[in-house]
Design a binder for this molecule. Structure first.
Ligand SMILES: Nc1nc2c(ncn2[C@@H]2O[C@H](COP(=O)(O)OP(=O)(O)OP(=O)(O)O)[C@@H](O)[C@H]2O)c(=O)[nH]1
Ligand SMILES: [Mg+2]
Length: 285
């Protein structure tokens, strides 16, 4: 599955990040805790140079807790300041605010930071928590923020919200699949049927009990049949009585994204030739 999505505003955002970098004290990179590496910006070093950096593993309420803890350890080991957070919870973001206020309190002016990351990871949601009000627009589709926006977070911090950025092409197909599953790519560009089969294959290998308990299906069948069973059990039928596989695929992906199958992580630290690598090499299910 080859995915490309690089609209004009992403090119502009990269320019904007470079332009505003000299004005900020630190950069906050937001990632999705369910796949912290795949949702990191590969060109981060090139974009921000040696500027102070905090990495936030957001949506930790939706990720597999034991795996997220391993990620936090892993990031810290490589010298990164890292927090796992849930941007919808004020307390969770508060720890980050405290850390920043402490670190930059010697400055006579408010500390300034810039929040960057790929689309839909929760940048605007974190900023709203930092600011203590719903100032930045958020939404469960990628590409909500289109331009930059400065906000005050109390008297000690100023934050710049930026639109999500991706890169022109995914060298590693498995990265494209994971970020598509996490809702970071425009839906219209995706083959949801194929994506749902990747997800089913992953879940039946990695989280079989969660898949079984949500959809009450027999897992000892080919992947394609799992989708058919979901359609059948949910009563998704076409006029001729055939299973509506498109609807089953959309439902599965939507429910996974919302955490309705339970807390799930798509990647583990140190996984070189993991599940997605193998599946994207075959590129068929
Ligand atoms: N469950 C959960 N949902 C979250 C969390 N953070 C953000 N969301 C949801 O994720 C969606 C995207 O959030 P935004 O804050 O708009 O993301 P963004 O990174 O600003 O997106 P773009 O501006 O499109 O790049 C929204 O529906 C949020 O409510 C979180 O920690 N947990
Ligand atoms: Mg936004």
């Amino acid at each position: 599955m080859t995915i490309q999505w690089y609209p004009g505003h992403m090119v502009k955002t990269q320019r904007l990040i470079k332009q505003f970098l000299p004005l900020v004290d630190l950069v906050i990179q937001l990632t999705d805790a369910r796949a912290p590496l795949s949702t990191s910006l590969p060109q981060l070093g090139e974009l921000i140079g040696s500027k102070d950096l905090i990495v936030l593993l957001n949506k930790a309420d939706l990720s597999d807790q034991s795996i997220t803890s391993l990620w936090v350890e892993d990031f810290k080991k490589s010298g990164m300041t890292t927090f796992e957070i849930n941007a919808l919870k004020t307390k969770s973001v508060f720890r980050v605010l405290r850390y920043i206020e402490q670190k930059y309190k010697v400055k006579r002016r408010p500390a300034r930071c810039m929040v960057i990351g790929i689309p839909n990871v929760g940048k605007s949601s974190v900023i709203n928590q930092l600011a203590g009000r719903k100032a930045a627009r958020t939404g469960d589709v990628p590409g909500v923020t289109k331009g930059k926006m400065w906000l005050k977070a109390g008297s000690k911090l100023e934050v710049l919200d930026t639109p999500g950025i991706l890169w022109p092409k995914f060298e590693d197909k498995s990265v494209g699949i994971k970020i598509a599953l996490l809702g970071c790519i425009k839906e219209e560009l995706l083959d949801l049927n194929k994506l749902s089969l990747y997800l089913l294959e992953f879940l039946s290998e990695t989280y079989p009990e969660k898949l079984q308990s949500r959809y009450k299906i027999s897992l000892d069948r080919p992947t394609f049949d799992l989708l058919r069973q979901i359609a059948k059990n949910r009563g998704f039928l076409l006029s001729k009585g055939e299973e509506d596989l498109d609807r089953a695929a959309t439902t599965l992906i939507k429910e996974f994204r919302k955490g309705m199958l339970g807390a799930i992580s798509l990647e583990k630290p140190g996984e070189k030739e993991g599940f997605w690598q193998n599946i994207s090499n075959q590129d068929s299910v």
